[in-house]
Write a protein that binds this ligand. Sequence first.
Ligand code: 5GP
Ligand code: ZN
Length: 110
Amino acid sequence: MSADCIFCKIISGAIPCKKIYEDDEVIAFHDIKPMAKVHFLIVPKLHVETLKDCDTSHQQLLGKMLLLAPKLAAEQGLKGFKTLINTGKEGGQEVFHIHIHVFGGGKTDA
Ligand code: 5GP
Ligand code: ZN
C-alpha cells in the first residue's frame, strides 16, 4: 500500500471503480478513460511500481494476472483482445502501480 497511489486507493475502496473481478491478490476494473469499447485493467493488490521492479518472487502473481486476461475478456464478451503493460515514464506509464491493460471490441468514438 502506497499512500499517494491511485490504484492502492481503489484497492482499499477509498476511490470507487467499476470492478469486474477481485480475489485476495488481484483486482480488475474498467479503465476510467477507455480506449476501446471494452478496456479494463488487471492490477495486483501488492504495490509494485513497474515491470522493471519485478523479480522471480513476483512470477506466480504475474502469471496469475496474465491468465486472468482471457477469462475476464471472455466474461466481457470479447472473442479476442489486446494486452499492454506500459513500463516507465518513457514507456508511457502514468500510474506507477503495475497493471495489465486489456482492450477489445473496437475503438471508442472518443
Ligand atoms: P498507464 O499509462 O499507467 O499504463 O495507464 C494508466 C491507466 O489508468 C490509464 O488508462 C487511465 O485512464 C487509468 N486510470 C487513471 N486513473 C484512474 C482511476 O481513478 N480509475 C480508473 N478506473 N482508471 C484510472
Ligand atoms: Zn499502489
